[in-house]
Design a protein around this ligand. Structure first.
Ligand code: PMV
Length: 334
């Protein structure tokens, strides 16, 4: 059954019991890819965690037949049924989601987005938008499960990045720390490691789509090197899963440094990021790029003993930085 059919079935089944909401609110966390970005696109496992920085979306039914979106990165107001391909806005996923639920309705939707997550720097702001947006918007008309919300969120994310592995939306929905691969989906890692991540922002915005294409190009030109790296990444991730169970933070730091070497090899780093990683490695247990690279953020693994020192180290060199912890809630609806 397609998502649309499933949603329609739920809607007709619950016709008498669902209280249709005039206003609904949802929030979803951002994320950090701890290990395995890019290789995950080619089927290798990745390890991700959601972080305690969130996006909150409020959706409201309005009488006027329009979709109106306001956020700290701009606004978008259009009538329903516009061709998605012609919409040139980072708010496109919200329009897609609202337009979809309005297909058999006569109302419009007003959407308000509040964010604690910087955009375009690999911290999952667009995935958190898609997840919180899918939840808030769909709950105006139905009571979807988390799995259905995830499915809608991934569809919405595909309007801006067609080849997404789905990993980001998955961790933003279910929260915590998880392993993920394209074939088997996600599996939560039950340990609750007691680490802090110091995130430093290069302030270079990146396009995930562009960098993923560049990696594809690298892979096509260097098939053997790439396939070897995929094997090494998988081996590293299997070691990491054991270290996480035992909460061996220092050894995890070594794996982070190792993973960064693989990311350097596939060409997603640059001079500024290398400098920042060097700064992070002076005090933290290990530092690497998180997400697509080519800009965006790096993270440094710390615990209570070196958290402040690592933050100060970045601040002294004038890098924008802040610390985060793992979020264990995932998607919240109100
Ligand atoms: O959009 P970012 O920066 O969080 O990076 C996405 C991670 C990739 O592995 C590069 C792509 C993907 O779809 O998993």
């Amino acid at each position: 059954m397609t998502l649309k059919q499933r949603l329609q079935k739920r809607k007709s089944n619950k016709f008498t019991t669902i209280c249709v909401h005039l206003k609904s609110k949802a929030s979803a966390p951002g994320k950090v890819i701890l290990f395995g970005e890019h290789f995950v696109v080619y089927g290798v496992k990745a390890i991700l965690c959601s972080i305690n920085k969130r996006i909150t979306v409020t959706a409201e039914k309005i009488n006027e037949r329009k979709i109106s979106i306001q956020s700290n990165i701009g606004s978008l107001e259009l009538e329903p049924n516009q061709p998605i391909i012609e919409i040139d806005s980072p708010l496109k996923p919200f329009y897609y989601l609202a337009n979809k639920v309005l297909q058999n309705e006569e109302s419009g939707i007003k959407i308000q987005v509040e964010s604690q997550i910087p955009t375009g720097v690999g911290l999952g702001s667009s995935s958190a938008c898609c997840v919180a947006g899918a939840a808030a918007i769909s709950k105006l008309f139905s009571e979807p499960s988390k799995e259905e919300i995830l499915e809608m969120a991934i569809e919405a994310e595909k309007t801006i990045f067609q080849n997404t592995s789905g990993a980001d939306c998955t961790v933003c929905t279910f929260g915590g720390i998880m392993e993920y691969d394209k074939e088997n989906g996600f599996s939560k890692i039950e340990s609750e490691p007691n680490f802090h991540l110091v995130i430093a922002n290069s302030n270079i915005e990146h396009s995930t789509e562009k960098i993923v294409k560049e990696v594809k190009f690298f892979k096509e030109k260097n098939e053997n090197v790439f396939s070897n790296l995929c094997d090494k990444e998988l081996e590293l991730i299997n070691d990491v899963l054991e270290l996480l169970k035992k909460n061996k933070i220092k050894k995890l730091g070594e794996k982070i440094k190792q993973n960064q070497k693989y990311l350097e090899t596939i060409g997603i780093s640059n001079e500024k990021m290398r400098k920042m990683i060097h700064v992070g490695n002076e005090i933290s247990f290990g530092t690497k790029i998180t997400g697509a690279g080519g800009g965006g953020c790096i993270f440094a693994l710390t615990d209570d003993t070196n958290l402040e020192g690592t933050l100060n180290q970045f601040k002294e060199k004038n890098y924008e930085c802040f610390s985060v912890k793992i979020d264990f809630q995932g998607l919240n609806t109100f």
